[in-house]
Write a protein that binds this ligand. Structure first.
Ligand SMILES: NC(=O)c1ccc[n+]([C@@H]2O[C@H](COP(=O)([O-])OP(=O)(O)OC[C@H]3O[C@@H](n4cnc5c(N)ncnc54)[C@H](O)[C@@H]3O)[C@@H](O)[C@H]2O)c1
Length: 378
């Protein structure tokens, strides 16, 4: 007997669509006791929210998130709004006894994140943060290979997340779509937006990060602000590079920028161990590259595994071997795992507490860039 899980979504932008798609598809492909019901969409513009509701099949529309979370017919709230709103909404949801699925980064900084963790833990509500790249099957498969111990002792972890969409100096900051350039809404630039993904994956695959040394740059120092109409200083980091030490003794090297002309969303990582290495690239997300030093010498080399077999993570629920999945499936998998977590009582990761660890690394990176010294992750 399936149980409905009534979803109230706040925000109908990029992630609003990605998550709505996931809720709609998950029960077609994954057998779970709980089935998401698109109960309400909340956004400030009623007409636009109604259009979104009609497109995606939401039963109702709200224009005030407080009203939505007060509704008895909402079980879980999905927070898909800019980062500066996460804390207030999440704490209100926890106090109202709602489950929470919150977009990343968990908050503007780790102080806010800690308050959010305390609120959900006090209320005892299910919670999760959408670090969706963990659920790309090739990335989940990398985790399985590492957990089997096949790479042996780990020496290096490196990751990049490169984009090129903010190079134009006349691009404004703030408001719809461009809130990412406004430090008040975003908290930081590429560190919280892009490196947070790289850090979440890195911690998941390679364990905790102890300390960091970082540099950031803001290439365009002033931009017109869409909300004030005035030219204002830019407070975000346009680019960030950092080195780190992991708790397992390995070295980390991370870089992210929105100024790498030619790159739209080049997220790559590589991990090197004594017995082998793994490499993954978001632009070719179904493939995992694997070098196994144990292979016979004359044929030893990098192999490319097309992670589309029925035995690979999540793939048994989709098409026949060889047929590809895309970006959107990582969100379907995350919802499936969240629903399974409700069923089994084993919470799906990353929980708020897990995501706070990534936030602490982001904070240490920004503090190190400011001070110019090695900084411990608090
Ligand atoms: N997991 C990922 O890969 C990923 C990708 C993109 C964005 N994100 C995160 O998702 C969140 C949203 O990003 P996005 O790209 O969807 O942004 P977006 O600009 O596309 O959408 C933001 C939405 O929030 C709404 N909104 C803003 N203030 C509101 C308020 N007070 N009440 C109700 N609605 C309000 C806007 O109208 C818009 O619908 C951010 O935290 C971002 O970091 C995560």
């Amino acid at each position: 007997m399936s149980k409905p899980l009534n979803i109230g979504m706040i925000g109908y932008g990029f992630m609003g669509k990605a998550h709505s798609n996931a809720y709609r598809r998950v029960s077609n492909f994954f057998e779970t006791e709980y089935k998401p019901v698109l109960k309400a969409i909340c956004a400030r513009n009623e007409e636009a929210a109604q259009k979104f509701a009609d497109t995606w099949g939401y039963e109702s529309v709200e224009t005030d998130w407080r009203k939505m979370i007060a509704r008895d017919d909402i079980d879980a709230v999905d927070i898909c709004v800019p980062n500066n709103l996460h804390k207030e909404i999440a704490i209100a949801c926890a106090e109202a006894g709602k489950m929470i699925l919150c977009e990343k980064p968990i908050a503007l900084n780790s102080e806010e994140g800690e308050e959010m963790c305390e609120a959900v833990e006090k209320a005892g509500v299910a919670n999760m943060v959408w670090y969706n790249y963990r659920r790309v099957p090739a990335v989940t498969f990398a985790k399985q290979i590492i957990e089997r111990g096949d790479l042996g002792r780990i020496f290096h972890y490196r990751a990049n997340f490169l984009q090129d969409w903010t190079i134009a100096e006349d691009l404004p900051q703030g408001g719809a779509a461009l809130w990412r350039l406004d430090v008040k809404a975003a908290g930081s630039g590429v560190t919280g937006d892009l490196l947070a993904h790289c850090i979440d994956t890195a911690i998941w695959l390679n364990g905790s990060i102890d300390n960091v040394t970082a540099m950031t740059e803001t290439f365009v120092k002033e931009r017109m602000h869409n909300e004030t109409g005035k030219v204002e200083p830019v407070g975000i980091d346009d680019a960030c590079a950092f080195l780190c030490r992991f708790g397992n003794g390995s070295m980390g090297l991370f870089e992210s920028t929105r100024y790498a002309r030619g790159h739209k969303a080049l997220y790559t990582f590589e991990i090197n161990g004594e017995n082998g290495s793994l490499r993954w690239d978001l632009h070719d997300l179904n493939r995992l590259e694997y070098f196994n030093h144990g292979d016979e010498g004359t044929v030893r080399g990098w192999r490319t595994i097309h992670v589309t077999d029925g035995d690979h993570p999540y793939l048994g629920n989709w098409w026949v071997p060889g047929l590809c999945l895309g970006y959107e499936h990582s969100f379907v998998h995350q919802v499936a795992d969240f629903l399974k977590g409700l069923e089994t009582g084993e919470p799906a990761a990353p929980t708020f507490r897990d995501a706070l660890e990534t936030q602490r690394v982001c904070d240490a990176v920004l503090a190190s860039a400011e001070s110019g010294s090695w900084t411990d992750v608090g």
